[in-house]
Structure formats: structure tokens, C-alpha cells
Design a protein around this ligand. Structure first.
Ligand SMILES: O=C([O-])CC(=O)C(=O)O
Ligand SMILES: [Mg+2]
Length: 217
């Protein structure tokens, strides 16, 4: 297992407060997970440290094994290799909550979604599917998984909300927090100017130049 720098709890909480879109834009990094990962149930916000899990199609033993390895504050980030299966449901949700796990992000299906919503556990999934899984693939948690264009390593900061999910490399967390705060402050200033009657065209300096360089008779 690789060693990752541990991100402090206060940095984690502050990143969670900034929101996924601000963090993505401020970071300048390709940290967004695929947009097919949508929140399941009413609990939309999520912040925690990644525990990556790779599952074979149609098998959820790696998720059960990962829960034994999980620490409080972890978020399981699962590449379930596609497949129309419910890899996670009410039973695994309760098991995760008892261990202090902060949430689940899965490129794959989940089921028991009403129960998950009632339990208030944050789940972001690419599908809802009722077909069950086998329990044979004994891999457990791994060092990293790739979801879409983004590599997620153990200990990376996961932030999810109504807009989507980002995975911030642990060694960039403090820098991304500073950039996110700067962006939030700048946008608050833009909102004040908009309310005072200015246009985005002027605030962002977007007006097409009228000087084409061509002579006009
Ligand atoms: O049992 C499973 O493998 C998935 C599930 O429905 C649950 O966790 O409740
Ligand atoms: Mg179930």
C-alpha cells in the first residue's frame, strides 16, 4: 500500500464547504468524476478521504472486504466495471455507518435506495439496479482506481454535492483550498456588482472587440 499525506480534518471540512464546481474550477486539475455519478436519495453532500475499491463485474465481495479496512471519515470510491447490478444496499449502508464511513461513490449500481435515503447516508452512483451480485472476488480495497479521466488514490479528498463529485489529490488539498476560497471571494464580488446592475459581459470583459482591423468605408 502506498503512503499518502494525511489531510487534516479542518481542511477536509473546509473543502466540503466550498462545493464541487468551485473546487474543480479553482484547482485547474482534472479532478471531476464522471457526471453519470448522481446522488441517490436526499442526502446530497459528502466529504471524506478516498478508500478506492476495484470490483469485478457483478461481484461485490471487494466492498464487504473494504469495509473491514475502512476508517472513520473514509469514502468508498468504487469502480464496479459496469454491469447492471446492485452492488450496495441497505445492509452495506448500515455496516458502513457503524464504522463511521462518510459515504459511497460507485461507478456501478445500488439498490434499496429508499432505505439509503432514510438512513441519511451519502451515496453517489451511476445506476440504480436490483439484480444482486456474487461474492467471490477477494481483492478488497486497492491503492487507486480510475473513474472517467480521474485517478483516485487512497487518502485523496472526495467532495460530492448536487453538482457532482471531485477527487482532490491529498498533496494538493491545501493549495486547492486556498484557490477555492479565492474564487469564492471573487464570485461574491461579482454577485454584488451584478445586483448593482452591471453585466457579466463587463465583469468578465467578454465584449467582442469592435476593431476587426478591416477598413470600413
Ligand atoms: O446485499 C448486497 O449484496 C447488496 C444489498 O442489497 C445490501 O447491501 O443491502
Ligand atoms: Mg439489500
Amino acid at each position: 500500500m502506498t503512503t499518502r499525506p494525511a489531510v487534516d480534518d479542518d481542511v477536509l471540512t473546509a473543502l466540503g464547504d466550498l462545493g464541487s464546481a468551485t473546487l474543480l474550477e479553482a484547482s485547474g486539475l482534472p479532478i471531476d468524476l464522471p457526471s453519470r455519478l448522481r446522488p441517490v436519495g436526499a442526502r446530497l453532500t459528502l466529504a471524506g478521504r478516498a478508500l478506492p475499491v476495484q470490483a469485478a463485474e457483478g461481484d461485490n465481495l471487494p466492498l464487504h472486504l473494504a469495509l473491514e479496512q475502512a476508517r472513520a471519515g473514509d469514502v468508498l470510491v468504487v469502480n464496479a466495471a459496469g454491469g447492471d447490478h446492485g452492488y450496495w444496499g441497505e445492509v452495506l449502508t448500515v455496516a458502513a455507518q457503524v464504522r463511521g464511513v462518510h459515504g459511497l461513490v460507485i461507478d456501478g449500481g445500488v439498490r434499496d435506495t429508499e432505505a439509503i435515503a432514510e438512513l441519511g447516508f451519502p451515496v453517489f452512483a451511476s445506476a440504480i439496479a436490483i439484480r444482486g451480485t456474487s461474492k467471490r472476488d477477494a481483492r478488497g480495497a486497492v491503492d487507486e482506481v480510475v473513474l472517467g479521466r480521474t485517478r483516485v488514490r487512497r487518502g485523496d479528498v472526495i467532495v460530492g454535492d448536487a453538482d457532482g463529485v471531485v477527487a482532490i489529490p491529498a498533496d494538493r488539498a491545501v493549495r486547492v483550498l486556498a484557490a477555492g476560497r479565492a474564487r469564492q471571494t471573487a464570485e461574491a464580488g461579482y454577485l454584488d456588482r451584478l445586483r448593482a446592475g452591471e453585466l457579466t459581459l463587463d465583469i468578465y470583459d467578454l465584449r467582442p472587440t469592435t476593431e476587426s482591423g478591416d477598413d470600413v468605408d
